[in-house]
Design a protein around this ligand. Structure first.
Ligand code: ZN
Length: 487
């Protein structure tokens, strides 16, 4: 941990040196998905940004406990206190148990994250599995005097809280403006003020997801789960809390208020937010016809796409921009990323095959330091990528016979490329994917056994291997040197 990592803290609005509370241990919480529909393009940016941070913290030698929750209760449409629970609505429409909806989309989310090479978090708590913790959290806020009960629901008293603490400190919003703009909303007669948000909501008769509590049969407010689960798994104070910029208000602002009210102090040291993705310059939305799911990206089945895009192309596309700048997504931009990634990976493969000479005529010194410096400057992945492309020129010079590289330089270059491409940026190729490699070797082995069987005139074995593999969808071709296959 010789390198000083600087990250931009949304709360203080400046880059700060990262100093964990209990080094080498780091606690990190990231708001995860609400599991009621397929993951879409908007999910990729927080997932990949914080995966890259998780990877880099480990590269620096930290032991990270990474908590990313699954929201499966209390996430209502329209705003946090109003409308129908999205999961319950889906369950009602499809005649399923809400937990069937949750299970189905959680498994699909995991699969898609795996394809994007997003590492699983250390703990993935579900809101529905932490109702007791959330009720206890509400009790603490009530005991501290920052919440009130009203007809079976419990609301956070924003105005009272703001007299001692500062509501709006994260998002920079002004409470007077908020009082003004939220005053006119309808159906909020239970609340003292429209700005107050629900900690616990009494379930209406048709509401299918509800639990007993001291106040009513009901369900927790959305913001509560992150305060309760963050505290449970990372302690009353922890290092990093991340999420998309769209969550800054009200979600994260309310999380801060809840934690300060219940615990008397801030929980989070560094708040980090990734910027959003626009599509052809527009905000992504179902009504705009530009809402693209990951499945559609990977299969190329959306009208805005001309072809399927590999998960690694999406990952590379995201990492080519700094996480705090906006990214505009388009079919052309993805094609450019696909080409760029192919060039980088081709060079990476060439690097493996280079032979060392006595001396180096190409300059490769300092590459590791430059990549580290870029990552330590608030995760500047586009600069890391440009350093790797600079080094790619040297690799290609040696590959083309126009330069030489010494054994120590070659070893260092291989190590830096491996660390930054695979471990830190999390980019894989078919040849660098170990399970893929093992699978190919296993098929080769089977076909070699078949070849031997044929030579021994053991037609039963030879036919069995051929027929079974063909049945699984493999094309097998006998050649004069042996065999070729593909799926
Ligand atoms: Zn959250």
């Amino acid at each position: 941990m010789e390198n000083k990592l600087f990250i931009y803290n949304t709360l203080t609005r400046k880059k700060e040196e990262f100093k964990p509370l209990h080094a080498p241990h780091v606690g990190m919480y990231v708001c995860g998905p609400t599991v009621y529909s397929d993951a879409h393009l908007g999910h990729t940016r927080p997932a990949i940004t914080f995966d890259t941070l998780y990877r880099y913290l480990q590269y620096l030698g930290y032991k990270v406990r990474y908590v990313r929750n699954i929201t499966d209760v209390g996430h209502l449409e329209h705003d946090a206190d109003d409308g129908e629970d999205k999961i319950a609505k889906k369950a009602r429409l499809e005649n399923l148990e809400p937990m069937e909806v949750v299970q189905y989309y959680t498994l699909r989310y995991h699969k898609e994250m795996e394809r994007l090479n997003v590492l699983p978090p250390s703990i993935e708590p579900h809101a529905s599995g932490h109702i007791i913790e959330q009720i206890e959290f509400v009790k603490k806020i009530l005991a501290a005097g920052y919440a009130y009960e009203s007809e079976g629901s419990v609301y956070f008293d924003v105005e009272k809280y703001n007299k001692k603490f500062h509501y709006g400190k994260l998002s920079g919003r002004n409470i007077d403006e908020l009082l003004e703009t939220t005053r006119t909303l309808d159906g909020q007669t239970e609340k003292r003020r429209s700005i107050d948000f629900a900690l616990w909501k009494k379930a209406s008769p048709g509401h299918i997801m509800h639990w007993p509590s001291p106040w009513s049969e009901g369900f927790p407010g959305w913001h509560l789960e992150c305060s309760a689960m963050g505290t449970k798994y990372l302690g009353e104070e922890f290092d990093i809390h991340g999420g998309g910029m769209d969550l800054m208000f009200p979600h994260h602002e309310c999380e801060i208020a809840q934690s300060c009210a219940a615990l008397g102090h801030e929980s989070v040291r560094y708040w980090m937010h990734n910027n959003m993705i626009t599509i052809n310059g527009q905000k992504m939305g179902k009504s705009l016809g530009n809402f693209i799911t990951l499945e559609e990206l990977f299969t190329g089945t959306h009208p805005l796409l001309s072809q399927p895009f590999a998960p690694m192309t999406i990952r590379f596309f995201i990492l080519q921009a700094h996480y705090r700048s906006t990214v505009d997504f388009s079919n052309d931009a993805l094609i450019a990323s696909e080409k760029g990634l192919a060039r980088l990976m081709e060079t990476y493969e060439r690097l493996q095959k280079l032979t060392a000479s006595e001396n180096s005529t190409v300059e490769v010194n300092g590459l590791r330091e430059r990549c580290e410096e870029a990552m330590c400057d608030d995760l500047n992945t586009p600069i890391v990528i440009s350093h790797l492309f600079d080094a790619a020129k040297a690799i290609n010079t040696v590959h083309d016979g126009k330069g030489t590289i010494s054994a120590p330089d070659l070893a260092e270059l291989k190590s830096v490329f491996h660390v930054f491409i695979e471990d830190v940026l999390g980019l894989q190729t078919e040849t660098t994917n170990e399970s893929n490699e093992a699978y190919k070797k296993a098929i080769d082995l089977l076909l070699e056994i078949r070849l031997q069987a044929k030579q021994n005139k053991d037609w039963a074995t030879s036919d069995k291997i051929r027929n079974e593999l063909t049945g699984l969808g493999f094309n097998i071709k006998d050649t004069k040197d042996g065999f070729e296959w593909n799926l």
